[in-house]
Write a protein that binds this ligand. Structure first.
Ligand code: ADP
Length: 541
């Protein structure tokens, strides 16, 4: 009612126009026409009172309890006996900027009930709001808990970490969704990690391979490749190739392109049992590569490049060796046959001549034996080096034995033999191979060095791992143009002469291979003062 009165005053400009008596009009609108309306100025002076005719004479209302309360709280109420009307009233005052509007009703049963009802209503509203408040509090804290945990989870997931499965969510729908999300996330993460692990393993495996390998999608885009692959493609194309996919532009891979073109069409259905494959060899300068490709049912494919240079060279070498051996065997065999034929066809040949022919035939048979022995020794070193038993061997003893073996011939040729190898120079080696090394050296010096030369075998240096040895003689040496090839099989400086000496042309090849089997290396040079020198190492362990 205070509000209505206030608006009524403002709207009708009652104060300025001195029309305050019109407030009485409001009373007619009220359900309780006996309601009293008082307008009080801020200083407490009464401006209008609906129940008092001479309201200008009314005393100052500033100290009225309801006015005091409304000064403090904006509104104020009080029940008391009116000094003006002598009746008990329920006062209600509301403060406005320029005045207070006070309404008052006689405090009878009706008003009492109304106020009680109003109080009850307020209590009811208070209880309802409190209950709603508490419910909301619990609900939102539980919701907030789930949301905070989900937020923590999202941060962890963002960092790609595995999330503790034990995160306990509140038992509400959001909590259930939260735990479910974490379970799914962990499962996915585990699978992803496992896949990454497998991929890493595969990648390491591919890189450890000697083959170059690359996988391509059906659109010929690389999905995976190892480092050998690009390296081999570079060698094959003889230029710097940037990406693995460049192979489809290189001429040497024309055959592969053709193969892919033939099968990578929708018209061709592929089944797992018989996947199309291709395999061919590319020669790139000194090197040979095998190209292999398999096409998978989804039209993706794999390309494998293998460096078969060693195998191919070995194959060619074996081929050459076989024809060399055949050739080497033919000569002594032809001689033996010739001597025997002469004897069979001429029984009248005098006995001395017969003896001569037989001796010649025997010598050739000896050559054959040497040749076969050398070939099989070389083969064994090369193909089955692991069959040679290694044990601690004293080099001094080996060299002494070789000396003893050739002592007569050394004396015959007046060779001065110097051994600077201390006893107890032990290496882990195979004694018969070590014997072969020194035997071949000494035999060559005897055969090609001439009379009165000196031979020296020395250990000139040693370290933790190796003995470094020198074998030299003061013979004619070997001319520069032959020097680089003397370790080749069947290479002879003077073929005619070496055959006379019974040499097979395999001696130095055996020496080199035997030294390599002892983890050593060998080189050769002509000494400035004349003669040949071999420098080589032998591993101690
Ligand atoms: P062979 O069985 O013919 O002796 P090697 O492989 O032992 O074959 O030697 C290869 C060639 O190296 C020989 O034919 C020979 O001409 C030459 N040669 C090897 N050792 C000496 C040496 N000490 N002095 C001169 N020439 C040598």
């Amino acid at each position: 009612m205070s509000e209505i009165t206030h608006r009524f005053i403002i709207r009708n400009n009652l104060i300025e126009e001195g029309q305050l008596h019109r407030i009485a009009e409001l009373r007619e609108l009220l359900p309780q026409p006996y309601m009293r309306i008082t307008l009080i100025l801020k200083n407490g002076a009464v401006l209008y009172d609906s129940s008092v005719e001479d309201y200008t004479a009314m005393e100052n209302h500033f100290m009225r309890p309801e006015i005091q309360k409304s000064i403090r709280n904006g509104i104020g109420a009080n029940i008391r006996r009116s000094e003006t009307t002598m009746q008990e009233y329920y006062y209600y005052a509301k403060s406005y900027p320029d005045y207070f509007v006070r309404t008052a009703v006689v405090y009878n049963i009706q008003v009492r009930n109304f106020l009680r009802a109003e109080r009850l209503f307020i209590v009811f509203i208070f209880v309802v709001f409190t209950v709603i408040g508490i419910t909301l509090y619990f609900f939102t804290t539980r919701l907030a808990d789930a949301i905070t945990k989900l937020k923590d989870f999202s941060i962890q997931a963002g960092k790609n970490e595995l999330v503790e499965h034990e995160i306990s969510f509140p038992e509400n729908e959001l909590g259930i969704i939260g735990s479910q999300i974490i379970r799914i996330y962990n499962k996915l993460k585990k699978t992803k990690d496992e896949l990454a692990n497998e991929r890493e393993k595969l990648f390491n495996h591919l890189n450890a391979l000697n083959e170059g390998i690359a996988f391509f999608s059906a659109e010929r885009k690389k999905t995976l490749s190892n480092s050998h692959f690009i390296q081999y493609v570079n060698i094959i194309s003889r230029k710097a190739v940037q990406t693995v996919e460049d192979i489809f532009k290189i001429d040497d891979f024309k055959k592969l392109n053709k193969f892919l073109k033939e099968y990578q069409t929708d018209r061709v259905e592929l089944n797992v049992e018989s996947l199309p494959q291709i395999s061919y060899v590319i020669a790139a300068g000194e090197k040979f590569f095998k190209v292999q490709s398999i096409l998978f049912p989804d039209k993706s494919f794999e390309v494998m490049l293998s460096d078969i240079t060693r195998l191919e060279k070995r194959r060619l070498m074996k081929q050459q060796l076989t024809s060399n051996i055949a050739h080497e065997l033919k000569t002594p065999l032809a001689s033996i046959k010739g001597y025997l034929e002469t004897m069979i066809g001429n029984w009248s040949v005098p006995p001395e001549k017969q003896k001569y022919f037989l001796e010649k035939a025997y010598l050739q048979a000896e050559r054959l034996t040497n040749l076969i022995n050398d070939v099989s020794l070389l083969n064994n070193i090369e193909d089955a080096g692991e069959l040679f038993r290694f044990k601690p061997v004293d080099l001094k003893l080996v060299i002494d034995e070789v000396y003893e073996n050739f002592a007569n011939r050394i004396v015959d040729k007046k060779i001065f033999f110097l051994r600077e190898v201390a006893p107890g120079s032990i290496i882990n080696g195979n004694d018969s191979l070590l014997f072969s090394i020194f035997q071949n050296f000494v035999e060559n010096s005897i055969n090609y060095g001439g009379f009165g030369i000196s031979v020296a075998i020395r250990i000139y240096h040693e370290d933790d791992k190796y003995y470094y040895l020198s074998y030299s003689d003061t013979g004619p040496g070997i001319s520069g143009k032959h020097l680089p090839r003397i370790f080749e099989r069947f290479y002879r400086v003077d073929p005619g002469r070496t055959r006379d000496t019974g040499g097979t042309g395999l001696g130095l090849a055996i020496v080199k291979n035997a030294i390599q089997l002892h983890k050593g290396e060998i080189s050769v040079r002509n000494k400035s003062e004349g003669g040949i020198e071999f420098l080589f190492s032998l591993a101690k362990q």
